[in-house]
Ligand binder design. Structure first.
Ligand SMILES: NC(=O)C1=CN([C@@H]2O[C@H](COP(=O)(O)OP(=O)(O)OC[C@H]3O[C@@H](n4cnc5c(N)ncnc54)[C@H](O)[C@@H]3O)[C@@H](O)[C@H]2O)C=CC1
Ligand SMILES: O=C(O)[C@H]1O[C@H](OP(=O)(O)OP(=O)(O)OC[C@H]2O[C@@H](n3ccc(=O)[nH]c3=O)[C@H](O)[C@@H]2O)[C@H](O)[C@@H](O)[C@@H]1O
Length: 457
């Protein structure tokens, strides 16, 4: 039988809540701590700060094993393992801002110096942090401890990067492709392996599992390499998408269809079919931030990251391409009505961080177009962020009188839009810019729309 642990999670955001829920689901006892009192009060009442399919149900199902609190101290006294899962936003120069991580590490150090513990506390960095942060956290815990009554404290720092995707976070945390752990201490690694054992062995019961039971690869390495794995993974995926977009732009010029091209190359096992969808490009809370942070790290070490810089530049161009495509058929944007369909940075989330919809809306507004936005879940948030954009709560209402529509986020309901109804509601020239190549061009044209995709006719 797997060992049960007392687990603390600091940061009740995306990663913290998913980590907490997942740990409780596999039998551990969890306390989630956040400095945001309103957030914790809501969580106690069952109200989540984010929209994430299955997360609310998972927390509710394991409610007996999850507590929510604003106090770090009891956590440090009681927990075997504490995850740091606070946000690491980009600073002005693109480098990750570690002030939240630093505040938690110092707090852990101070609390550690005030309590008696039998075993060293395992402090796990789950936030995405640059190489060297493991040592930095260690130093801050020590500094925090020196401010308290007992400077001699016992702890181990582990790096355990997170690879979940928003929108499928629960699935990703229970059925990960791999678990990566970096530490200098073998005993800490052993404890982490025990913690994750139900996931590694896929021995927990769940109705979510459509796959046969296979052991999850468990990668153990040093702290710096674990931290680097996280950045390299995100940078590779972002670059893969930018590569697909570059190919799409060439396809457009030579009359090839990027969907066929990426399907054709994706069948090569060395390439793989995923993350080759061309269109508006990547956004979200992580790819933009993490690619820039890795570039900042490289430059700090006198290395110019040419491939990463190109991936960012292609990505920025994709958003501007939406405007070029609109202008091709609308000519001037002044006085035109444009519907943005889908506002979150990708489907199945209400996250608007670095969402392409917002930058596209800003450019359109600045050029005199009237922008009407629709999203199945992120509408209210978008309206608060962009008061100049009119947000409606029905896609067909957004299309009413619109000269053009841009499919920005491929929510299932938008993939299945009633194209004939759309054409009837829209005004001339009835242009549909399909930013995700999600709609069949022939069907759109048959319905009476002018269709423009990315990298295909
Ligand atoms: N969102 C995602 O899909 C993924 C995020 N990550 C990484 O995980 C980390 C967390 O990201 P998210 O969960 O998206 O952030 P988030 O912004 O959703 O949540 C962070 C939480 O930490 C809390 N917090 C900040 N400072 C605190 C402190 N001193 N004490 C207690 N609580 C504090 C905030 O109040 C907030 O509730 C970041 O480093 C991110 O790059 C990694 C993989 C996936
Ligand atoms: O570090 C993180 O936070 C996470 O970042 C991404 O996850 P996420 O940002 O939730 O979303 P993705 O599904 O990766 O999509 C990112 C962006 O790329 C775009 N995308 C994705 C795939 C594709 O083929 N084309 C494409 O343009 C999406 O529309 C979206 O804007 C990674 O996939 C996760 O493994 C990682 O843990």
């Amino acid at each position: 039988m797997a060992e049960r642990f007392d687990v603390g999670v600091v940061g009740a955001g995306y990663v913290g809540l998913v980590t907490g829920a997942c740990m409780a689901h596999i039998g551990h006892t969890v306390t989630c701590v956040d400095k945001n009192e309103g957030r914790i009060e809501n969580l106690k009442r069952g109200k989540l700060p984010i929209y994430e399919p299955q997360l609310g149900e998972m927390i509710a199902r394991n409610r007996k094993r999850i507590r929510f609190s604003t106090e770090l101290h009891p956590l440090v006294r009681e927990a075997d393992i504490v995850f740091i899962a606070v946000d690491t936003p980009p600073g002005d120069d693109g480098a990750a801002d570690l002030s939240n991580v630093a505040a938690v590490a110092r707090g852990i150090g101070r609390s550690l110096s005030e309590v008696e513990r039998e075993r060293p506390l395992i402090v796990v960095n789950k936030s995405t942090v640059p190489v060297g942060s493991g040592d930095y956290v260690s130093m801050l815990i020590q500094e925090g401890a020196e401010e308290g009554p007992n400077g001699e404290v016992s702890y181990r720092v582990v790096s355990n990067p997170e690879f979940l995707r928003e929108g499928s976070a629960v699935y990703d945390s229970l059925f990960p492709d791999r678990i990566v752990l970096g530490a200098e201490d073998r005993e800490a690694l052993h404890t982490m392996r025990e913690l994750y054992r139900p996931i590694i062995e896929q021995s927990f019961a769940t109705e979510l599992d459509p796959r046969p039971t296979v052991a999850v690869p468990f990668v153990t390495t040093d702290l710096a390499s674990a931290e680097m794995i996280k950045y390299a993974a995100n940078a590779f995926l972002a670059t893969k998408i930018s590569f697909a977009n570059e190919i799409a732009n060439i396809c457009e010029r030579v009359g090839a269809d990027v969907k066929s091209v990426t399907a054709g190359i994706g069948l090569d096992h060395r390439i793989g079919p995923r993350f080759l969808d061309a269109g508006i490009g990547w956004g979200g809370s992580c790819f933009p931030k993490d690619v820039r942070a890795l570039m900042a790290t490289a430059r700090e070490h006198e290395y110019e990251p040419a491939i990463l810089a190109a991936a960012v530049s292609v990505n920025e161009r994709q958003r501007r391409l939406v405007i070029t495509k609109l202008q091709r058929d609308l000519h001037t944007l002044k006085g035109k009505r444009v519907a943005l369909l889908g506002l979150s940075f990708k489907p199945n989330t209400d996250d608007l961080r670095e969402a392409p919809s917002l930058s596209i809306a800003r450019i359109l507004e600045s050029r005199g177009a009237r922008v009407v936005g629709y999203d199945p879940v992120a509408g209210k948030r978008a309206a608060a962020l962009m008061p100049e954009m009119k947000v409606v709560f029905d896609p067909y209402e957004a299309l009413k009188g619109a000269n053009a529509a841009v499919l920005v986020t491929e929510w299932e309901e938008l993939r299945n839009l009633d194209l004939e109804r759309a054409a009837t509601l829209m005004a001339r020239p009835r242009l549909l810019v399909d930013g995700r190549n999600a709609i069949e061009p022939a069907a759109a044209r048959a319905a009476g729309l002018i269709y423009q995709g990315f990298g295909r006719e």
